[in-house]
Design a protein around this ligand. Sequence first.
Ligand code: HEC
Ligand code: HEC
Ligand code: HEC
Length: 193
Amino acid sequence: MIKNLVFLFIIAVFPFVSYASEDPTYVGIAECKMCHLPHFESWNTTKMSKAFDLLKPGVRAEAKKKVGLNPDEDFTNNEFCLKCHVTGYGQPGGFTTFEETPEMVGVQCEMCHGPGSIYSRMMLKKKGTYKREDYMKKGGLRLPKPDNNACTEKCHHEGSPFVNPDMKFDFENRKALGTHRHDIRYIDMPFDL
Ligand code: HEC
Ligand code: HEC
Ligand code: HEC
């Protein structure tokens, strides 16, 4: 009897506890694309969207040789490389292996804006009544400053075999090269929120 009561107590209380203390997890770009189609389309033309392919054998063979990597090696399961070439590696909801999580390849939205599960759910539920303060704070969305640091702190640093101490990352220059585009302030909702 007591056992049963304890069990009932746990199933009654646990959903609230887990919701209140929940940390956001990675959901993948399909979720962002649903509401941010222009951002998705622009991102899809960047090198970051194809970053996973660089780890395949034979790809960019010359560049790999130059930095002492074996160009015939398959790096798609290599922990060291994966942390910068996929999304949310080793974290809840993030990339595990290509076989298990093919949708998490490349440097997606969540690598810069943070894991989006709570934020995304809020936006879907609120039916247009969201407040910016709410979705930024409770949703845990990050909005990095558009400058060098946003890029060099996480990925474009010397932890990469292709970044050496003489390289200076120039944000404006890289942006102009079409590396990344974020000048679309409007949002074209695919459905009536
Ligand atoms: C249900 C629709 C919806 C989904 C899903 C969604 N967003 Fe949004 N997002 C919005 C709306 C609406 C805004 C606010 C736009 C405005 O008011 O200008 C917004 C704003 C943002 C902003 C700008 C925040 C600010 O206020 O400066 C970022 C960054 C963002 N979304 C990233 C993402 C990412 C990353 C994902 C996927 C994990 C995602 N969004 C999924 C609807 C959505
Ligand atoms: C610290 C993050 C990080 C790690 C770790 C990392 N990379 Fe990268 N990789 C990058 C970044 C950032 C670039 C883009 C460099 C640039 O253009 O500034 C890049 C570029 C590349 C390129 C393209 C180079 C070219 O000049 O065409 C290849 C190939 C590549 N990485 C393979 C790998 C492999 C293989 C590993 C593991 C042995 C690895 N990376 C580990 C961040 C990383
Ligand atoms: C490499 C990092 C990076 C990636 C990847 C990235 N963003 Fe951003 N995003 C930023 C930065 C930095 C800003 C701030 C830009 C500014 O203030 O001018 C930003 C701003 C935004 C904004 C608000 C400004 C605007 O132009 O509307 C939205 C919405 C947004 N991102 C959505 C997305 C979505 C959706 C994706 C994936 C398709 C994505 N981002 C991928 C770094 C990134």
